[in-house]
Design a protein around this ligand. Sequence first.
Ligand SMILES: [Zn+2]
Length: 580
Amino acid sequence: MRPRALLYRARSWLHRRDVTVWYDPRYRLPLSSLESSAGMEPRRADYAVWWLRESRAVPAAGFRNPRRVSFEDLARVHSHELLESLAHPQALAQVFAVDPSDVPVDEVMTTVRLACGGTLAAARESLRTRAPALNLLGGFHHAGPGSAGGYCPVNDVAVAVAALRAEGFTGRVAVLDLDAHPPDGIAACLAGYRAAWIGSLSGSDWGPVPGADETVLPEGTGDPGYLEALGALLSRMPRPALAFVLAGGDVLAGDRAGRLALTLGGARERDLVVAMELEGVPSVWLPGGGYSRMAWRALAGTGMAVAAGSLEPIPERYDPLSARFAVVSREMSPRDLSDSGELTAEDLEEALGMRPRHQRLLLGFYTASGLEHALFRYGIFEQLERMGYRQFRVAFDTAGLGERVRLYGEADAREHLLVELVLERRRIAGAEVLYVHWLSLRNPRARFSLRRPQLPGQDVPGLGLAREAGSMLRRMAVRLGLAGVVIRPAHYHMAYAARHEFAFIDPRRQGRFEALVRDLSGLSLLESTLAMAEGCVRLGGEPYAWEADEMAHWLRAEGARAAAVDEERERTRFTVARRT
Ligand SMILES: [Zn+2]
């Protein structure tokens, strides 16, 4: 660590008890297709807050819940026409690039208004304590006074500045926009405010941004070039009375929308350099964009840099959802999930032949109400409620292949099937596993569209909860003392979605799959899926048909097999023929 960083770390230790982090579980946008369509991690704020709590980078007393910003606050910046339009699913669908059928207006606006409330409250707190404040959602820099777009329905930074000015604040404001895209909306909103300075580093040239000191960096700039440009930008920044820092997560290599190609270490160093420069200046830190699986690590890293002056990386293997679900699972006793052993009236009636016998326990352990309890505790019902469903009900029966679980929920005055799962205990590769024959996550209120085309195996769009389902299945396997979870993806896109948690049991099959992912990496998931379905993917010149086979997530360490996977991957080459 460099001496300046050490010094900052020592000083930050003194004031870190004053750092505040603003967060609400409703920061997760209730848009079921966001993850698949934009590559966004809708759980980014959750992951970051879990990590900051667990690692104790931020003391427990530092966390705050925001309140929704008022329409009076929003109207200081935005036109009535814009605010009125946001009451309609079509306008919000346009902003978030999803289908209108996927937009629960009130819940989406709750998320947006909470984020704006967080930015404003963080600014007030930081002005009071002179310590940095981090809001885990915000930096909606593309929204102008009368226009929304690019995932930005309103402009939280401009709304906060306007509210502070209305309260009598007259100091100089600096906006340091380190998102990978230009601050067009912020510049438009603050155009009339002479005491505002806007500095920006972008990786995309959208033409001139009047009122901003903007540097457009070339594609693939990387850490050294970026940090050099940052130093130059900071040397031109006048000392402000209040700073907003958009610590964009889309600067990372592999981001779908940003092209700057920073490493996680480079992004952390960016934050530390800025934190040192702003020492003693009230500052509000915001996540801005981020369109990769890594974006939450950049945001948690911002918290580590600001609160603890830390450059320490987050362990690569740490999976926030698994860690969180493991904690929740440990808090639930078997009695919460299984039969209490007490005889009910239904048991008696069944025993006396007065009603037909029905399946009471799933996998010999879970009651239906126990499973409902688990779904509640893991936060699944909250997500489903935000998508418009109510009155959840779990039912068991037997299907041809195993035991079937169905989750129903009500919406629009009728009951819908939301989840269908068929599973059994089975011996695979010498171990007893939780074998999943079928898993379907259904959002029947949403419709297929050009933005969200139907994928093979889908009859309605998905719920966007596949990661939660996977983590719950792993917790079930742990609870039942099984060796792991095994699935058998019937289509390429299903295996692709599961690839970070599951691997094909057969190492050669895994090697071929990795070769396929590598060779299709130039296509979007949808293009890849269609190319597979239409026989355009070739292996040795012949159309390649999907080889459905078993993928496992083992709970115990596996034997060595990397060499066999590597060998098959390196000798296999797929090509894609032009689709007609
Ligand atoms: Zn961006």
